[in-house]
Design a binder for this molecule. Structure first.
Ligand SMILES: Cc1cc2nc3c(=O)[nH]c(=O)nc-3n(C[C@H](O)[C@H](O)[C@H](O)COP(=O)(O)O)c2cc1C
Length: 216
């Protein structure tokens, strides 16, 4: 493989846009997440709700991929997926997961660690039925994470389910949401000279959030 024209080791950026201190972050990291999220929405951040989800399998091996945040409140962060996918099996084996948002336009990262639990059937139904028809059919047509012979397998499946359901598409029993209940949330703001700001919240035994500053 040819080397890129620019030496990878020479790629670097100095962060200048903003700062973060203990006072700004407040006492409730979920409220502060909302503040940063709304700011990202109003800014030019692309796919603001895309987040890396890391899971760990029964052998202790980590796995990571992007999923989309579809809701958040004081209980946690929700995404939807196929419960029979690799990530679904890994969460069955180990509920400890991590989420990472990187909003490069704002020079910000948010890291979340917590416990993933299935949302209620009613919540999964509600979100499933808000999706466009082709996405709903896709949930039936794709045995997520399984090896398939060729692309036409998916296309034929999609078409077959379209005929079978003729517009009235139920939620597949193996498709639904997880809510990540956070026990640790870190806000990172890039600063000049690699002297970044990091404010960490951890849930203590009394169920209250402790706040600290970490060295970058
Ligand atoms: C921008 C983006 C958004 C995605 N959103 C989701 C999602 O919300 N749910 C999902 O199951 N997969 C989503 N995917 C696909 C996953 O990254 C992954 O390929 C898939 O879930 C299978 O992962 P697994 O085999 O580890 O279970 C998304 C991928 C990208 C690049």
């Amino acid at each position: 493989m040819p080397l890129p024209e620019k030496n990878i080791a020479d790629i670097r950026k100095d962060y200048q846009q903003a700062s973060l201190d203990e006072h700004m972050a407040g006492d409730n990291p979920l409220a502060f997440f909302k503040t940063w999220f709304h700011h990202a929405l109003k800014s030019s951040v692309d796919e603001v709700n895309a987040m890396t989800l890391a899971t760990v399998d029964a052998a202790g091996k980590p796995h990571a991929r992007i999923v989309l945040l579809k809701g958040m409140d004081e209980h946690g962060f929700t995404f939807f997926t196929n419960y029979l996918s690799h990530k679904g099996h890994q969460i069955e084996e180990n509920q400890h997961v991590a989420l990472v948002f990187f909003w490069k336009e704002l020079e910000r990262q948010i890291r979340i660690e917590g416990i993933a639990e299935k949302v209620t059937e009613a919540e999964s139904d509600e979100y499933f039925h808000s999706r466009p028809e082709n996405s709903r059919l896709g949930a039936w047509a794709s045995p997520q994470s399984q090896i398939i012979s060729e692309r036409t397998f998916l296309e034929k499946n999609h078409e077959n389910y379209r005929k079978e359901f003729s517009g009235n598409i139920p939620r597949p029993p193996h498709w639904g949401g997880y809510r990540v209940k956070p026990n640790c949330i870190e806000f990172w703001q890039g600063r000049a000279n690699r002297m970044h700001d990091r404010i960490l919240f951890t849930l203590n035994e009394q169920g209250k959030w402790d706040k600290s500053r970490l060295a970058p």
